[in-house]
Write a protein that binds this ligand. Structure first.
Ligand code: CP
Length: 343
């Protein structure tokens, strides 16, 4: 499938490399609204391809992509691997647990090593906020953030936006952005890179975002980024169009942040009854992995007409294909891209 994309559409996006003038994708916070919309538009061709019996193309043939994951992952690692392979690239996965990181090698030395192998793109997941930006400053190829500490998870926010857009389109409510939509994000906001990237992405696309968490799991100053904080989940859900649930990130907690999982579910778990507080037909989202019976009940997670959780996973492959394609265009000499300046 030819990747002419939509960047030449007159009046919609700047032409060529100016439509996405970044070497790396380390955070939604670096992106303009039109750059987010551009990546979403680019992903549509890959949604189509991924629904065909034959899902292969040669856009990235000959390129080497390294997925370096210093934290566990199912969805992000597999979808980046599938994305690279469907685009025809050679994809190599580095799991930190089986790497020389375990022998004391530093992050910077690991980055320099991957760079010396002449990777054409490096995808990084790391437990420290800012680690991906640090690696990006040490290597010569595009770097994609697959989640860094409590900072950002940009491809998660992009895939969430694409899944939401498709779900609204299926209902005949589709539009380019989310103006007029209210999204409630509830869970462990304090430790969540997904929440941060989603607040930035959803607001850039016109949505109003409510953040709900117990006081101990709500960071200070969320109003400064335009989000409305709640501690009362019922109030946060009142009339919302979307309920996005997040898990408790116990791997980032030192000490006790909640009395018990049972009490947390009582106060902050999304049940069928609670969902009725939202707007009629409100959609349910969750980035995964889910802890059923804690932040979300199974009967809600599995509601065919309301839950778009599996659609989020589907869109993850398309978004990651779009990001790998766009970020490697300059190196591949795609016409109109090789003259662009990175910012
Ligand atoms: N949503 C998400 O990042 O899931 P994984 O941790 O399985 O990649």
């Amino acid at each position: 499938m030819a990747s002419t994309g939509t960047h030449d559409t007159p009046g919609r996006f700047p032409a060529g490399a100016r439509a996405f003038p970044h070497r790396d994708l380390t955070g939604i916070g670096h992106l303009e609204r039109h750059e987010i919309l551009f990546l979403l538009a680019e992903a549509e061709q890959w949604v189509e391809l991924n629904r065909q019996p034959s899902k292969h193309c040669d856009e990235l043939a000959g390129l080497t992509i390294i997925n370096a994951f210093f934290e566990n992952s199912t969805r992000t690692l597999l979808s980046f691997e599938i994305a690279g392979k469907r685009l025809g690239a050679d994809v190599v996965n580095m799991h930190a647990a089986q790497s020389s990181v375990k022998k004391g090698e530093t992050l910077i030395d690991t980055a320099i090593t991957l760079n010396a192998m002449r990777a054409d793109a490096i995808v990084i997941r790391h437990g420290s906020s800012g680690a991906v930006d640090l690696i990006a400053s040490k290597v010569d190829c595009p770097v994609l953030n697959a989640g860094d500490g409590q900072h950002e998870h940009p491809t998660q926010a992009l895939l969430d936006a694409l899944a939401l857009r498709h779900a609204l389109e299926d209902r005949g409510e589709g539009s380019e952005d989310f103006t007029g939509l209210t999204v409630t994000i509830c869970g462990d906001i304090l430790h969540s890179r997904v929440a941060r990237s989603n607040v930035l992405c959803l607001q850039a696309l016109g949505a109003s975002v409510r953040l709900c968490a117990p006081p101990a799991l709500m960071p200070a100053g969320v109003e400064a980024i335009g989000a409305q904080p709640f501690h009362d989940f019922d109030a946060a859900l009142d009339g919302a169009d979307v309920a996005m649930m997040l898990r408790l990130q116990s791997e980032r907690m030192s000490g006790q942040f909640i009395p018990s999982a049972r009490e947390y579910h009582h106060l902050y778990g999304l049940t069928r009854e609670r969902l009725e507080r939202c707007a009629p037909d409100a959609l349910v989202m969750h980035p995964g992995p889910m802890n059923r019976g804690v932040e979300i009940d199974s009967e809600v997670a599995d509601m065919l007409d309301r839950s778009i959780i599996t659609r989020q996973v589907e869109m993850g492959v398309a978004i990651r294909m779009a990001c790998l394609d766009v970020l490697t265009r300059k190196a591949r000499g795609v016409p109109g891209w090789n003259d662009g300046q990175w910012v």
